[in-house]
Design a protein around this ligand. Structure first.
Ligand code: ADP
Ligand code: MG
Length: 702
């Protein structure tokens, strides 16, 4: 393979260039029509594409193909089939038909379906998503042709994350085009939403990782005292990369580039052992597929370097957790970013209309947005003064806020504040143009120049849900706008009135202050903004009257599909906490308590030995330590027993909301009660006797 990035970028992808080269002109044109305009795919076209795809994959060493899909587990799934077909003479040939490309059939019953199907009604289908290119992937199983697919049930209900995302992209397209038409942009044939997800992650030494059952089973540490040094020196953020990490990143980039993934930015993050990777943005469903591949590659490459990649939102208490900033915008097929304000945003009525639609959408659907970014791990992060609060608000920055204030006052805005020049006071430095607005890192939903950055999303999550929700709620706001404007007699005055009306109605969602402060919690309550503390408590938003109405209207998810998703979320939450709680009991009973008993025995023996050797010797240190440790041991054992009882109780609850809430309200506190004495014991027991690697070992010795 050539060493030049420009030569090997995308070599493992059946992309547009490969298709143009390998497909007959007519087939290529027909396929492009489907990809770009959503026209139905002809069976004959599929046949030709399948054959070309197979030849290409076999040249790359592929023996198998796989329909690659994204079930509700949030990770990807695949089933491999060899290309072989028997021929007379006991031989095989390599074949792959159009039918096999387009449709796969499998047993869907073991994937979460939230009651959509009874277990015996098992059939599930995967359908080729030709808008996301196929690729080959090499691992220990050999080379496999992976075909991105959507996954649905025998009755056509979505069982995955891709189907609603694709549906939401279509819904957004329809509504944006209605608006653009009103502004006279007849040339625009389609729009898509662009997404750039920034991925945070931790890297830890694999040998140490394997000594911690909590990391193995749950992806996070369930115990662990703070090391003497955490992240307080801020010396890791953007710091120089350690050799081992640098070589990991280098190899990761090559893997991703070969897959056509535009890995661009990499740096150390705020917490020790924490890092970030950001690709260049792409169309939402491709960005989603790529983000899944990024997470998979990170894990795989880390292992090759003797490390483990932790994607959990909060692997370590006491230092920052990981998020996934979801940058989102809308772009036309003519290449125009619809969230680009231009030099004089106050004159850009079209931009102001899209902006007010987003304010309306976020304000009216804050609970649903909160829910879309919820997962068990994210509960530890949101509102913890390191990630945005659980309260959804929008940061617009000085320039746009000033424009909105003018609109609110006078119905129109007449000027835009400008950024001006940056004065460093050093003449040899170039004069830099300042952005019109500073950043605000405490905001969950921030306008960052030409896109919105939704920062609430958790690092382990698929970005399909958040983008499905964003697309759908913005589509609905634009639909209401289009209904009103299409009926208006005077478009120009109607649009201005609509913007002013919307700004006045939804200004409460705009907040530019410190989102971490106590005052904001109070202020948000005064404004009537929802503040949902946990994942379980956010789930009802999925099935609210409003969500059902909007999602059915835009044909993104039916009421039954929404209910099934709510059930799946409760199930995911309950299972995650159940595993965490059981792991805690296991570690406490089999590792910590025996280790502490051993240590107390050593202490007691040493007291006796010293007393025998030197009658009257001062053993007050040992005896007071023994007393302190013994007290904590009693506390730990009692807490462990309580936790065991609660786990048992949880098992008796009705699955779904009741069980989820019990886990949240009764099991989680019992887990915290067990952790507290064990963490204190870690500070008292000799390091050599402590059964697992410490936070210091994990965070500072990658
Ligand atoms: P930050 O300074 O916020 O950490 P990064 O450069 O790490 O910024 O990430 C910004 C992300 O936003 C990148 O993935 C980038 O490609 C993406 N992005 C830029 N413009 C757009 C856009 N118009 N739509 C969607 N995403 C965008
Ligand atoms: Mg960012």
């Amino acid at each position: 393979m050539s060493e030049k990035v420009t030569d090997f970028f995308g070599i493992d992808v059946f992309n547009d260039t490969v298709m143009a080269e390998r497909l007959p002109k007519k087939t290529y044109a027909a396929l492009k029509k489907t990809i770009e305009n959503g026209e139905e795919l002809d069976a004959q076209v599929a046949e030709v594409v399948a054959n070309a795809m197979k030849d290409w994959a076999i040249e790359k060493g592929a023996t198998h193909y796989s329909h690659w899909f994204q079930p509700m587990t949030g990770i990807t799934a695949e089933k491999h089939d060899a290309f072989i077909t028997p021929v007379p003479g006991g031989k095989v040939i390599m074949e792959f038909s159009g039918k096999e490309l387009i449709k796969g059939e499998s047993d869907a019953s073991s994937f979460p379906n939230g009651g959509l199907r009874a277990t015996f009604e098992a059939r599930g289908y995967t359908a080729w998503d030709c808008t996301s290119p196929a690729f080959v992937r090499e691992d220990a199983a050999g080379v496999t042709l992976c075909i991105p697919t959507a996954f649905c049930s025998y009755t056509g209900e979505a069982l995955d994350k891709k189907t609603p995302l694709l549906r939401s992209m279509e819904a957004l397209n329809v509504q944006v085009l209605r608006i653009l038409k009103l502004f006279g942009h007849e040339d625009v044939k389609s729009i898509s939403c662009s997404v750039g997800p920034e991925q945070e992650y931790f890297l830890v030494d694999r040998a140490k990782f394997l000594k911690r059952k909590d990391l193995i089973f749950t992806g996070r540490t369930l115990f662990g005292a703070m090391p003497p040094k955490g992240q307080e020196m801020d010396d890791h953020y953007f710091g120089t990369l350690k050799e081992k990490v640098a070589s990991f990143m280098k190899e990761l980039n090559v893997e991703l580039w070969k897959l056509g993934i535009t890995a661009k930015t990499q740096h150390n993050e705020a917490a020790p052992a924490q890092h970030e990777l950001a690709p260049i943005y792409d169309i939402a469903n491709i960005a989603t597929d790529h983000n899944q591949l990024i997470m998979e590659c990170m894990k795989k490459v880390a292992n090759r370097h003797g490390m483990e990649c932790l994607l959990h939102e909060k692997p370590f208490a006491g230092v920052n957790g990981s998020g996934k900033h979801n940058n989102w915008s809308m772009v036309t097929d003519t290449g125009k970013n619809l969230l680009s304000p231009g030099k004089k945003p106050h004159e850009n009525v079209e931009f102001l209309l899209f902006l007010s639609a987003i304010l309306k959408a976020v304000d009216e659907n804050a609970e649903l947005l909160r829910c879309s970014a919820s997962c068990p791990g994210n509960d530890h992060r949101l509102g913890g003064h390191e990630a945005p609060p659980a309260i959804i608000s929008v940061f617009l920055g000085e320039q746009l806020e000033d424009i909105l204030a003018q609109i609110k006052e006078n119905g129109v805005a007449t000027e835009s504040k400008q950024g001006g020049k940056l004065n460093t006071g050093v003449h040899t430095l170039p004069a830099l143009k300042k952005d019109a607005t500073d950043r605000n890192r405490t905001s969950p939903f921030a306008f960052t120049g030409n896109k919105f950055e939704f920062r609430t999303v958790g690092s382990s999550m698929s970005i399909a849900d958040v983008n499905s929700v964003l697309n759908t709620i913005v589509a609905e706001a634009l639909c209401e706008f289009a209904d009103e404007l299409e009926a208006a007699e005077n478009f120009e005055s109607a649009v201005k009135e609509l913007i002013a009306k919307t700004v006045r109605k939804h200004e409460r969602i705009v907040f530019s202050g410190n989102g971490y402060s106590e005052e904001w919690v109070k202020e948000a309550a005064r404004r009537g903004l929802p503040n949902i503390a946990s994942m379980v408590e956010s789930i009802p938003a999925l099935t609210s009257e409003r969500t059902v109405r909007i999602f059915e209207k835009h044909k993104v998810l039916s009421e039954a599909e929404l209910h099934s998703r709510a059930e799946i979320n409760y199930e995911i939450y309950s299972k995650a906490i159940n595993i965490e709680a059981r792991t805690m009991v296991d570690m406490s009973a089999k590792q910590y308590i025996p280790a502490v008993i051993q240590y107390t025995t050593e202490l007691a023996n040493s007291i006796n030995t010293i007393r025998q050797a030197v009658p009257g010797a001062d053993v007050s240190v040992q005896t007071s330590m023994l007393a302190e440790i013994s007290d904590l041991l009693v506390e730990a054992r009692a807490a462990q027993k309580t936790l065991e009882t609660r786990i048992e109780e949880a098992g008796k609850k009705t699955e779904g909301k009741e069980q989820g809430l019990y886990f949240r309200m009764d099991v989680v506190p019992a887990m915290e009660a067990l952790r507290a004495p064990i963490d204190k014991l870690e500070m008292l027991v000799a390091k050599k006797d402590w059964p697992v690697p410490s936070y210091g070992d994990l965070l500072f010795e990658q």
